[in-house]
Design a protein around this ligand. Structure first.
Ligand code: PY5
Length: 306
């Protein structure tokens, strides 16, 4: 039995709800060999009476766009993918916080690198999930591995193959005792974390790298920019130098899995006084209130399941 089937009962696979044990692929699956897959990470938050999925439609739009960038067609509309997500959560009857992992991949189409006409498979799985990174804050290393540039691969796509870059970067950081890696882009400017976008605060001004720094255009990044601007902060999308990380008042990471995670140390040096900063904590609190539906100002970001 797959260890996953202890955490979930049903999976949505190619248009149908199937038993977890039957959500399988062959070892010669194209995507397993070449990383020819695109995926999403989405969270659903249980607030005691309903499960609200955060920015579900925006994630599915990115999934469809990722496939387009890699060069294949998902075969499902955004609306169908939204409905399928709700269907699979209902089938499992989850009444707790979940992580949702849709993936579209090239299936059994041979070993050619030409994916033209190869079969595309789509699955959506959801499972109970807690914290991804230490909620109190993380120690990061500026890794020696650079973020794959967008002139080599369309890095705007959340494509599986690109994650080898994140895997080696995080491996290096963890081996040396850090919690997370920050990758610089090919020019040497700050790109992002292994699975998160990066924000810094200097003199009350918030800044985050632009999409021209080979980053994934994060949904949480977009949400945080909106929230911060609504709170009256100035938010700049601009290149950030490595040295700015070392003199920033605050640094935080954003991502679906990581949510808003304070950075306490960079390369062994404390960020500010080494404790989570006030702006980081304020944004974290607002974000928490939004995803649980307490802050109704951003209610259109939530899709209730039940
Ligand atoms: N950058 C990278 C490389 C990412 O993998 C992610 C998300 C982000 C940025 C943030 O994007 P978003 O805010 O849209 O989530 N990472 C996934 C996640 O679910 C997978 C992490 C293992 O957070």
């Amino acid at each position: 039995m797959s260890v996953w089937c202890r955490r979930l009962r049903y999976v949505w696979l190619n248009g149908r709800i199937v038993e977890c044990e039957n959500a399988k692929v062959h070892v010669l699956t194209h995507a397993l060999h070449y990383g020819s897959a695109v995926f999403e990470g989405i969270r659903g938050y249980w607030n005691g009476s309903n499960l609200n999925i955060f920015r579900l439609r925006d994630h599915m739009v990115r999934l469809v766009n990722s496939a387009k960038l890699v060069g294949f067609n998902l075969g499902y509309t955004v609306e169908q993918l939204v409905d399928a997500t709700i269907e699979v959560i209902k089938a499992n009857n989850f009444k707790e916080d979940v992580y949702i992992r849709p993936i579209a991949f090239i299936g059994e189409g041979g070993i050619s690198l030409d994916i033209t006409g190869m079969p595309v498979e789509v699955s959506i799985a959801a499972f109970p999930f807690g914290k991804y990174l230490k909620a109190e804050g993380v120690k990061v290393k500026i890794t020696s591995w650079r973020r794959i540039p967008s002139f080599s691969v369309p890095v705007m796509a959340k494509a599986s193959g690109i994650y080898l870059n994140s895997i080696v970067a995080l491996r290096e950081a963890r081996r040396e005792g850090y919690d997370e890696a920050i990758l610089l882009d090919w020019r040497g400017y700050v790109a992002e974390g292994s699975g998160e976008n990066v924000f810094i605060v200097r003199g009350g001004v918030i800044a985050t790298p632009p999409i021209t720094a080979s980053i994934l255009e994060g949904v949480t990044r977009d949400s945080v920019m909106r929230i911060a601007r609504d709170e009256g902060y100035t938010v700049e999308e601009r290149d950030i130098t490595r040295e700015e990380l070392l003199v920033a008042d605050e640094i935080f990471l954003t991502g679906t899995a990581a949510e808003i995670t304070p950075v306490l140390e960079v390369d062994g040096k404390p960020v500010g006084d080494g404790k989570p900063g006030p702006i980081t904590m304020r944004l974290k609190e607002i974000y928490q209130n939004i995803v649980t539906g307490v802050d109704v100002r951003y209610k259109n970001w939530l899709t209730p399941v039940y």
